[in-house]
Structures are given as C-alpha cells and as structure tokens.
Design a binder for this molecule. Structure first.
Ligand SMILES: Nc1ncnc2c1ncn2[C@@H]1O[C@H](COP(=O)(O)OP(=O)(O)OP(=O)(O)O)[C@@H](O)[C@H]1O
Ligand SMILES: CC(=O)N[C@H]1[C@@H]2OC[C@@H](O2)[C@@H](O)[C@@H]1O[C@H](C)C(=O)O
Length: 373
C-alpha cells in the first residue's frame, strides 16, 4: 500500500448488542469516501453469545480469554471472504468501558488476525484516547463528518446510532476538517436496544422486539418513564461522555412490575427520551436526524423519537447510506486514517485535549520474520 490515494479497506465491528460481526468494504483515502463496497455479517450462535455475555464487565481472566477466542474465530471466518481488502480495521468486542479509570477493553487479538488473514490489521482504536484523558468513544463521528460532506449537506445535521447503546454525532459540514473547532459534537445518549433485548430474552426467550411489535402494542408508563429519565445524572452532564453497555441496568428493575409490552414500550420511550435530552446539548438544532443502527428497524421506537425531536427524523437510507453497515464502514475509514497518521478523535468527539490518532497497526509475517531472524 503506497501513496495517499484511496484504497479498499475492510472494517469489522462486533457491537454491544452481541448479535454478530458486521464487515464492510470502503474505498477511501481517510478523508473522503470514494466508494462503498460489499459487506458481510456473521451472527454469533446462542452458545457463542453466552460466552461473550460471561465476559461482559471484565478486563481479563478465563471468561475474557474464552470470549476473545470466539471473537477471533468469528472474524477470521467472515473476513477471509474479502480478499480484495488491502487493510483491515478490527474493532473487536467491548467487554468493559470505564474511561474515568483510563480503561477500555476491546477483546480479540489484531496481531493474530493479521497473521491469519495475511493483511495488515489496525486495532485497539480506543486505548490511546482514554490514556490521554478522552472518553475513547464514540469514534464513528470522523466518519459521520465524511458522510455529511459526501451527502452535500450545507447546514448542521446529526447522526443517531441506535445499537445496544445509542450515540449521537452533531456535524457542521461547513467546516473543512473533522478536528476543526466546532465541526463535531458527539457523545453517547443513553441506552439503545440493549435493555429491550435483555428483557425480551429474559421474559420471552426472544433476542429482540422484532419490528417493534411490543413497543407499539404497549402503553408507556409515564410515572416509570419520568423516574427513568430523572434518576440519571448522566443526561445533564455536559458532553463529550460515553457509556458502558450495562450502565443503565437499573432500568430493568424500574419496569419489572409492568406487563411485557408495557415494559418494552416504557424502555423504548426511555431510549427516545434520552435522545431528546441529547438534542438539547447540540450547539444548534440539526436540520435533520439521520438514524442508523438496528434501532431504526423498530417502527415504534422511530415514532417515539419523531414525536420528541424538533427536526425531520429519517433512516440513513434516505441519503443513500447503509444503516446496518455504517459502523463497520467507520472502522474501515478509521483504519486508513490510523495507517496514514491522521487523527481519529478530538475534543468535540471524546473530550480528549488534542486530536489523537488511536489504533495499533499489526503487519502479517512478523512471526515468520522473527523465526528467520
Ligand atoms: N427488525 C428489528 N426490529 C427491532 N429491533 C431490531 C431489528 N433489527 C435489529 N434490531 C435491534 O438492533 C440491534 C442490533 O443493532 P446494531 O447491530 O446496530 O447494534 P450493535 O452494533 O451491536 O451495537 P452498538 O452500536 O451499541 O455497538 C438488535 O439487537 C435489536 O435490538
Ligand atoms: C466503548 C464502546 O465500545 N462503545 C460503543 C458502544 O456502542 C455504541 C456506543 O457505545 C459508542 O460509543 C461505541 O461504538 C461506536 C461504534 C463508536 O465508537 O462510534
């Protein structure tokens, strides 16, 4: 890989929902998105998901080692089908995120993947940022900036990702670079789908509220909702700020006395209410909210957000983007930035004092070279 021109990079994301691994090809020079390529998905089996769940909240030890093996194997199986990729951006699976302790853990060994796939792998994207005092998340905002430019927006817009956790990126496309002052403000908004998924699994043995059937059938309990939204100091904290998947576990208990449908509807209203509170932190109201991540597939949740947001709310598909693959694409884009020494986070996205280029680059053949030397 030489020069500064665009290359095909493959990004891979194993998100907080623990549903599986997404991967997507992007042709980019790290500034602009030249072209979108093929994508793929490798779901985790129920047994694998159970192994991953056991590792949540831990940084090391046998549970983490077992989970790392699951992550590595799933990625190797999926990514091997994309020989056209010149560079791989491997996020891994977050098991623990405590930026206030300068600690964030994404499991899966990128050096091992580089050997297996015989391609350079960029990984460990978040550590440098937290070590320099940043939140280490969200990291997709620099990619959102490139997408806002590509879509030709002239006024500020916001991207809302509703995964296990939800996060928002306010973008001012009039700036020339993502790290420029006032170009980006990004932060986690609160729970996304994780609590709804967990409740559906515990009570009904289903992985999610598919197509928002329960969200729409249920009645939001306004008293419980008020309790959810007022009980969290997180919402009034000034951004940047980020969350661990299980930071809102207390919400489970708050809805425990409600019927299945009412509990799901109330949790969804909590997710939507948190988004509305997040919009109040934006420097100026966005012209539109572009929704990405699995939550955009829950029409009940989309209705709740539309009812609270003062702007147009559309899935990212309305602008030609792929809401299932946007995060995987982001890590392809960020991999190229890391390889080329460009920053991947800044004060507006993670609160880090100066722009940081996070990520380690592992090249294949190191073991062989060591053996020969
Ligand atoms: N058809 C659907 N109806 C309702 N919800 C859905 C549907 N499809 C996906 N989801 C929700 O989206 C989730 C997956 O979303 P996504 O893949 O964006 O999360 P993630 O990338 O794992 O999380 P994060 O962005 O927090 O890392 C599922 O667990 C489910 O809750
Ligand atoms: C620590 C961590 O893995 N955070 C994830 C998580 O999932 C959504 C939200 O919380 C976001 O902060 C981040 O992921 C996306 C890809 C990001 O960094 O932009």
């Amino acid at each position: 890989m030489c020069g500064d021109g665009p290359i095909w990079a493959l990004g891979a994301m194993s998100g907080t929902s623990l549903d599986g691994v997404d991967c997507a090809l992007v042709r980019t020079d790290g500034h602009k998105v030249a072209e979108f390529g093929e994508s793929g998905y490798r779901p985790y089996t129920e047994a694998e998901r159970a192994v991953l769940r056991r590792a949540l909240g831990q940084a090391d030890g046998p549970d983490v080692e077992a989970a790392a093996e699951v992550v590595e194997l799933a990625h190797a199986e999926l990514l091997t089908g994309f020989p056209q990729a010149e560079l791989i951006g491997f996020h891994g699976q977050t098991t623990l995120h405590q930026p206030d302790r300068a600690l964030t853990v994404q499991i899966g060994n990128g050096a091992l993947l580089a050997e297996t796939l015989e391609r350079p792998v960029v990984w460990d994207f978040r550590s440098a940022d937290v070590h320099l005092g940043g939140q280490g998340a969200p990291l997709a905002p620099f990619y959102h900036f490139a997408l806002a430019k590509r879509a030709g927006f002239r006024r500020p817009v916001a991207f809302l990702n509703i995964g296990g956790v939800a996060n928002i990126t306010w973008v001012d496309p009039r700036r020339d670079r993502p790290e420029a002052d006032g170009a980006l403000l990004a932060f986690d908004t609160g729970p996304g789908n994780a609590l709804i998924d967990d409740l559906c699994m515990t009570r009904l043995g289903r992985p999610m509220d598919a197509d928002g059937v329960l969200t729409r059938a249920g009645q939001v309990d306004e008293d419980v909702l008020a309790e959810l939204l007022s009980g969290e100091a997180f919402f009034s904290r000034m951004p940047p700020k980020s969350l661990d998947r299980n930071d809102f576990k207390g919400w489970d208990t708050a809805v425990s006395g409600l019927s299945d449908a009412d509990a799901v509807a109330t949790l969804a209203a909590g997710t939507a209410g948190a988004v509305a509170l997040a919009l109040q932190h934006c420097p100026e109201p966005p012209e539109r909210l572009l929704v990405t991540g699995g939550g955009r597939r829950n029409p009940g949740l989309m209705e709740l957000i539309r009812g609270l947001a003062a702007c147009t709310v559309v899935p990212v598909e309305a602008h030609g983007f792929d809401g299932d693959m946007l995060e995987a694409q982001a890590f392809a884009f960020l991999a190229v930035r890391v390889k080329r020494g460009l920053p991947t986070s800044c004060a507006g996205t993670t609160g880090v004092a100066a722009p940081v280029g996070g990520g380690r680059v592992s090249k294949p053949g190191r073991l062989l070279r060591r053996a020969e030397g």
